[in-house]
Design a protein around this ligand. Structure first.
Ligand code: A4P
Ligand code: MG
Length: 179
């Protein structure tokens, strides 16, 4: 039985070109889709966003909505393991990373010593709000005005999708034609 829905934000700004950063997002999405007890419900567009924090390359950001039989703490543990498997090394707070996975929202809010959901910085980050609203449009009344106050959506560069083939989760990035 699913414990609830979660929206996970994906971010990457390491990799010299669009391809490498989108591959990092796909690796993260594929790993999330392969977790036992997780079903992918929706995937978002990919946005190219200015970095918040110290000077560093621009990010690609997206989001995935899942139904999960894992509780929030167990899910966070799996996400941290996926970040490590995807080569993330923690050096600088808010610094560059191959893959950052944050739990942006859950159908049941969480306030524990390790975890705050909705994410504590959600309301101040267009790079998180824009993909969140695509996979959870029912949250528009609350979050769309916050996104508008931040200047609206960052630029879309493509979208993420997920297919299951022979029991394997396959994540894809399709680049927008306009680029
Ligand atoms: N934690 C608490 N709540 C949550 C949550 N809802 N989801 C705790 C995930 N983790 C949560 O987070 C550190 C600890 O926060 C977790 O172990 C968990 O116990 P982290 O993401 O591992 O640490 P961090 O990324 O080094 O630092 P921080 O401050 O969390 O950074 P953020 O908030 O992840 O922001 N600019 C653009 N344009 N796009 C980006 O994606 N990302 C960041 C990182 C900075 N600037 C960016 C972007
Ligand atoms: Mg993070």
């Amino acid at each position: 039985m699913a414990l609830g829905d979660f929206v996970i934000g994906l971010g990457s700004n390491l990799g010299s070109h669009l391809g490498a950063r989108s591959e990092n997002l796909c690796a993260g999405l594929g790993a999330i889709g392969s977790l036992v007890g997780v079903q992918v419900l929706a995937t978002s567009s990919v946005f190219e966003t200015d970095p918040i924090g110290p000077p560093q390359p621009r990010y690609l950001n997206g989001a995935v909505r899942i139904a999960s039989t894992l509780g929030a703490e167990a899910l966070l543990e799996r996400l941290l393991a996926i970040e490590v498997a995807c080569g993330r090394v923690r050096r600088v707070r808010w610094g560059a990373r191959t893959l950052d996975l944050d739990i942006l929202w859950a159908s049941t809010p969480v306030h524990s010593p390790h975890l705050t959901i909705p994410h504590a910085h959600l309301h101040e980050r267009a790079f998180a709000l824009a993909p969140l609203l695509e996979v959870a449009p029912e949250l528009g009344a609350l979050y769309a005005p916050m996104l508008a106050a931040l200047g609206g959506e960052p630029s879309r560069v493509g979208r993420l999708s997920m297919a299951v083939q022979n029991g394997h989760a396959l994540a894809r990035f399709q680049q927008s034609l306009a680029i």
